[in-house]
Design a protein around this ligand. Structure first.
Ligand SMILES: Cc1cc2nc3c(=O)[nH]c(=O)nc-3n(C[C@H](O)[C@H](O)[C@H](O)COP(=O)(O)OP(=O)(O)OC[C@H]3O[C@@H](n4cnc5c(N)ncnc54)[C@H](O)[C@@H]3O)c2cc1C
Length: 359
C-alpha cells in the first residue's frame, strides 16, 4: 500500500502486541523471476531434492527458484519503509477483543476500551482464532524445529535445497526433514511433522541430532540459531469478510495440505490493493478457488485418519509428475486439465473415497 503511493492522504494505524526485533521465522517459497521482496531474499536455489524410501531425486526447478527470506530481514525492511511514511502510526498493545456495535468498532486494547466511529475505516485482521465451535473441522498441526548449524568440514551442497526428506521414521505420523544450505559449512536443518499434537520439546532436538548423524553423517557442529513453529492445517471454513477483513493465516491463506502461506499472503495482498486503488468493494475480492480447497480437504482427511502416508502421497506426486507441474499445483495455479493428470498419479481408491466423503 505504501509503495503504491495511493494512500498518502490516508491515516494508517498498525497495532501489534510485540516489537519485531527477533529472527523468529524463516520463510521459504518458490517463485518465477523477481518478486516484491527480492531485495531481502537471503538465499535462493535453482535445484531442489525430494527424498523418501520410495523415491529420491533432484530437480532443476527452472523457471522457479526456491527462495528464503529471514524474518528479521523482512521486519527491518518493512519497518524501514513504514518509517518513511508519516501517515502510519504504530501502537504496541495486545488486542483482547473487538466487536462492532452498529457502525462503531469497539476495541479492547490492553484492557482499555477504544471506539472507532469513522465509517470509512477499513480494518484488516491478522489474529487467527481457531473456530472451536465447528466440531466437524479437521485440525492437524504442522510443527517443526530448526537449527542453523555450522560445521568445520564442508558437508553441504550450497546449490541444492532439500524440499522434503521422508527417510526419517514415521512413528509419530507424517514426518520429514529438510536442509537449506547457506554454504558448504552452514545450513538450516528442520524437522517437521503433520500430526494432531506437538511433541515434547526434547524430542525435536533428539530427532534433529539423529537426522544429522544418520543422513548427513555429521556429529560435530555448532548450533547458531534455533526456530520453532506451529502452523494450523485445517479444513475449517475461513471468511475474508468478517467483522474485519481477515488476512494472512486468519484469512485462510495457509494452504491446508502443505502449510505454505507466504506467497498466498502476497497474492491476497496484491488483490486487496488492486481493489482498494480501483475503489471496488472488497466483498468482490476473489477467494481461493473452491476446487483447491476441496483437494486440500481431501488430503487432510487422508492424513488425519491415517488412511495413507504423507510419504507415499508426496513420493507419487514427485515421481510421476514434472516438478514444475507439482509446484504450480501446490501454488493453486494449475488448470483443471493439469490437475486431473496430477490427481490420476495418486493412489486412486483412498483419494476417491476421501473425496466422496468431502462431497
Ligand atoms: C516459524 C514459522 C516458519 C514459517 N515458515 C514458513 C515458510 O517457510 N513458508 C511459508 O509459506 N509459510 C511459513 N510459515 C507460515 C506463515 O507464512 C507465517 O505464519 C506467517 O507469518 C503468517 O503471516 P500472518 O500475517 O498471517 O501472521 P503473523 O506473521 O503471525 O502476524 C500476526 C501478527 O499479529 C500479532 N498479534 C497476534 N495476536 C495479537 C493480539 N492479540 N494483539 C495484538 N497483536 C497480535 C502478532 O504479534 C503478529 O505480528 C511459517 C510460520 C512459522 C510460525
Amino acid at each position: 500500500m505504501l509503495n503504491s503511493g495511493h494512500f498518502s492522504d490516508k491515516k494508517i494505524l498498525l497495532i501489534d502486541k510485540e516489537i519485531k526485533v527477533k529472527n523468529d521465522r524463516t520463510w521459504c517459497y518458490w517463485e518465477e523471476g523477481e518478486g516484491f521482496f527480492e531485495s531481502i531474499v537471503y538465499r535462493k536455489w535453482g535445484q531442489v531434492s525430494f527424498l523418501s524410501n520410495e523415491f529420491s531425486s533432484s530437480f532443476n526447478i527452472s523457471p522457479y527458484q526456491y527462495k528464503m527470506v529471514r524474518g528479521i530481514d523482512f521486519y527491518n525492511y518493512c519497518f524501514k519503509e513504514i518509517g518513511k511514511h508519516g501517515n502510519v502510526e504504530i501502537v504496541y498493545a495486545v488486542i483482547d477483543d473487538w466487536k462492532f456495535d452498529k457502525e462503531v468498532l469497539i476495541l479492547h486494547l490492553d484492557k482499555e476500551e477504544y471506539r472507532l466511529t469513522d465509517r470509512n475505516t477499513y480494518i484488516f485482521n491478522s489474529i487467527y482464532k481457531p473456530n472451536e465451535s465447528d466440531k466437524s473441522s479437521i485440525r492437524l498441526l504442522q510443527h517443526f524445529k530448526g537449527w542453523i548449524i555450522e560445521t568445520k568440514e564442508p558437508v553441504f551442497d550450497p546449490e541444492k535445497a532439500t524440499l522434503m526428506d521422508f527417510r526419517v521414521h514415521q512413528d509419530h505420523g507424517t514426518t520429514f526433514a529438510y536442509t537449506l544450505p547457506f554454504s558448504s559449512t552452514s545450513a538450516l536443518v528442520e524437522y517437521t511433522l503433520f500430526t494432531k499434537e506437538t511433541l515434547a520439546t526434547h524430542l525435536y532436538d533428539l530427532e534433529l541430532k539423529n537426522y544429522l548423524s544418520s543422513f548427513h553423517n555429521i556429529d560435530e557442529y555448532d548450533i547458531k540459531e534455533k526456530e520453532y513453529g506451529v502452523i494450523p492445517m485445517t479444513n475449517e471454513k475461513f471468511v475474508f469478510a468478517g467483522d474485519a477483513w481477515n488476512i494472512g493465516t486468519a484469512g485462510g491463506q495457509t494452504k491446508a495440505s502443505s502449510g505454505y502461506t507466504f506467497q498466498f499472503i502476497q497474492k491476497q495482498s496484491d488483490l486487496i490493493l488492486d481493489f482498494l486503488i480501483n475503489k471496488r468493494s472488497l466483498n468482490d475480492v476473489p477467494l481461493t478457488p473452491r476446487r483447491f480447497l476441496f483437494y486440500d480437504k481431501t488430503l487432510l482427511y487422508l492424513l488425519y485418519h491415517n488412511k495413507i502416508s504423507g510419504s507415499k502421497v508426496f513420493s507419487d506426486l514427485f515421481r510421476k509428475n514434472k516438478v514444475q507441474q507439482v509446484l504450480k499445483f501446490l501454488d493453486n495455479e494449475s488448470s483443471l486439465v493439469e490437475e486431473l493428470k496430477i490427481i490420476s498419479s495418486l493412489p486412486t481408491w483412498p483419494f476417491l473415497k476421501a473425496a466422496l466423503k468431502q462431497l
